[in-house]
Design a binder for this molecule. Sequence first.
Ligand code: ADP
Ligand code: ZN
Length: 297
Amino acid sequence: MSLYGGIEAGGTKFVCAVGEGSDELHAEVRFPTTNPSETLGQACDFFNTYMRDSHISLDRIGIGAFGPLDLNPGSVNYGMITSTPKPGWEFTDIRGMIASGTGTPVVLDTDVNAAALGEGRWGAAKGLQDFVYLTIGTGIGGGLIVQGKPFHGLVHPEMGHLYLPHDLEQDPFPGNCPYHQDCFEGLAAGPALEARWGQSAKTLAKDHPAWELEAHYIALGLQAIICVASPQRIILGGGVMEQRQLFPLIRNKLLAHLNEYIHSPAILSDIDAYIVPPKLGARAGVLGSIALAMQSI
Ligand code: ADP
Ligand code: ZN
């Protein structure tokens, strides 16, 4: 029997679990993200205790981590969280520290690529080879699966930092991305909503004009992603997408932005099955990390 470990390495919390290759988990633990040695030490302790108590070793551990990450095996920084704004985590060798701390091979990928793989194996993209998982939360990030595998390219995609048309008369909010100001993330992530409207995105009424504008930006972002990557489906997750009223607004605006140019029945006649919410919910991160461990044979 093969056993896999998964780590959802988030900026606020870590979730670690052991699984057999189904969507059932054997053991699970979660704890807040503090500094690298304490947090990664806790993760290693969890897996080492599990292996010792059950007298088995894990085949592999998958880590879906916040980034940016260096995923290029030829690079000196391979396996590291690199230039992150999260204090204390710059150039943390997360892959190496978990591998040496547990004596287990480790596969590292972005949190969004891991979530995408989990949705592809068990959730909303089951059976598809080419799709995108986009999260809209504290930031905006997209995982791109191409021919069943996470796509990295030079570094890894950064779909949250696309520039979108920004009409300053309609929306005077200047944007809050520290690198690009009014990129997709700077205009449409949760903190941008809060800064623009002066209240938490969670408390904005369902019929507040914020959601029309939010759907407008998300639909513009999706238009660009579809034109570049031609995904078979796009899954929209993250805290902001808990606002389910966004889905029909986004679908309608996306159809308008594409203007029937992409002539696929998946978009023209089945958009409800093309732009979808995740199916794995709060478990997407950790299940995705197990899916990541499973697929790298
Ligand atoms: P993270 O991105 O840190 O993993 P989330 O995906 O929950 O976590 O994103 C947090 C952001 O999403 C915050 O800016 C928060 O205001 C926003 N958010 C969380 N839940 C909701 C909700 N139900 N409705 C609207 N915005 C939400
Ligand atoms: Zn940006």
